[in-house]
Design a protein around this ligand. Structure first.
Ligand code: HEM
Length: 128
């Protein structure tokens, strides 16, 4: 991997494009949209700050909001294994649809997020 952290390789403009695209897919997803606010601009803003630090850039989320405590912050929302899969599918699509991110960087980012996503599951599968 040439050139430092995943944040350095992806770069701020592509990361912002990714996050924006990701939340347009979340808003259109039947499993995810019910648990998200209608206006996703603040959510996207916080996610961009979080991912910036998570990928090795400046710790913007910590500076603005403190420790992320991600699992605790997600407890108010019923996150089933299906919702975690849906979230990761939206991210996979957003990565594919952001050509400024190289495929090997996209794969690395997706794998890192998948490891975090399993810890956000806090609710068993719901009967259909
Ligand atoms: C916030 C859902 C996974 C990072 C949220 C919110 C929901 C949500 C409903 C609140 C939105 C709001 O009120 O603005 C989910 C679901 C996931 C998931 C269904 C599936 C596993 C993740 C992962 C990460 C993450 C893997 C990080 C890598 C965040 C951050 C926030 C957030 C940083 C903002 C927290 C804050 O309010 O300060 N998520 N999330 N989420 N999520 Fe997730």
């Amino acid at each position: 991997h040439p050139g430092g952290s995943l944040y350095d390789r992806i770069g701020p403009p592509a990361l912002e494009a990714l996050v924006t695209r990701f939340y347009t897919y979340v808003a259109a997803d039947p499993l995810l949209s019910p648990i998200f606010p209608d206006d996703l601009s603040e959510t996207a803003d916080k996610q961009l700050a979080f991912l910036t630090g998570f990928l090795g850039g400046p710790p913007l989320y910590h500076q603005r909001f403190g420790h992320p405590r991600l699992r605790a912050r997600h407890l108010p929302f019923p996150i089933t294994p299906e919702r975690a899969q849906a979230w990761l599918s939206c991210m996979a699509r957003a990565l594919r649809d952001t050509p400024a991110i190289a495929p090997e960087d996209a794969a690395e980012l997706h794998a890192a997020l998948a490891r975090v996503a399993v810890h956000m599951v806090n609710t068993p599968s719901q009967p259909a």
